[in-house]
Design a protein around this ligand. Structure first.
Ligand code: APR
Length: 245
């Protein structure tokens, strides 16, 4: 199976990679829907919403603080590094990540969008300004904007629409790619969840990498089951003929 994926990638002209929480699991970051995704008996789906923030901004902010605490100590893993390598070796490349942890960016990858935002950034809903959290005075939980309004993480919550520019870019690259590789996502969240089907319908090829079968598995041409931190470097080595690590 992995050899079929390697052969396909060798002749790919435009690769689109989509990643989810699974790519960062080996960096020690809990996924959303696994049991380790729970925080103080809350599910992510109960906290990552505008309603939860309105009801109790402090508890939502503390959940992000907890996640930032874990992510701040984490490093990109072999899977992130292999994706960066794919950017270098495949003619045209784009990455759409649903992750807000910023780990892909830390590999130096260039052609990427963080379609659900970044939890190191904050936004004021009153004046629309965004800033990096480290540039904001942390005098209260949540901290305040210069205008006096409370700041929120600059991420997309359940029930919110995606940023228009990023979404347009995502649909654009999806229409251009000839191979789509979907890594470490349960495929539960739209619009990215619909991309494998659309790529198949336009004659493209879909490769999935996940620990276990997902709704994407029945659509994918190839599903590779295992850790992305093992499978992705093996794919890169198969393409280049050189050891990665
Ligand atoms: N290698 C490959 N896949 C893995 C690994 C690993 N080491 N560890 C976990 N996985 C897989 C799981 O099997 C699961 O299918 O990663 C997937 C993680 O799924 P979710 O926790 O549902 O995360 P994701 O699909 O990214 O969620 C999408 O939902 O909560 C929102 O905005 C949030 O971006 C997130 C979105």
């Amino acid at each position: 199976m992995i050899n079929r994926a390697i052969d396909r990638l060798k002749e790919t002209r435009y690769l689109l990679v989509i990643t989810g929480a699974g790519i960062s699991a080996e960096s020690g970051i809990p996924t959303f829907r696994g049991n380790d995704g729970l925080w103080q008996n809350y599910r992510a789906e109960e906290l990552a919403t505008p309603w939860a923030f309105k009801k109790d901004p402090e508890v939502v902010w503390k959940w992000y603080d907890w996640r930032r605490g874990i992510i701040g100590k984490a490093e990109p893993n072999n899977g992130h590094l292999a994706i960066k390598k794919l950017e270098e070796i495949i003619e045209r490349f784009f990455l759409i990540t649903q992750n807000v942890d910023g780990l892909h960016g830390r590999t130096g990858i260039k052609n990427m969008i963080e379609i659900h935002g970044n939890l190191w950034r904050v936004r004021c809903e009153r004046d629309g300004k965004t800033s990096m959290l480290m540039d904001v005075p942390l005098k209260s939980i949540p901290p305040l904007c210069a205008c006096g309004n409370i700041l929120r993480p600059d991420v997309v919550w359940f029930g919110e629409s995606m940023p228009t520019e990023e979404t347009q870019k995502a649909y654009n690259v999806m229409s251009l790619c000839d191979t789509l590789m979907v890594v470490g996502t349960s495929g539960a969240v739209y619009p990215v969840a619909s991309f494998p089907q659309t790529v198949k319908e336009k004659g493209g090829f879909v490769i999935e990498i996940n620990l276990e079968p997902t709704p994407i598995s029945s659509i994918a041409d190839i599903s590779l089951f295992g850790k992305s931190g093992d499978i992705l470097p093996a794919i890169v080595e198969g393409i280049t003929g050189q050891k990665m690590f």
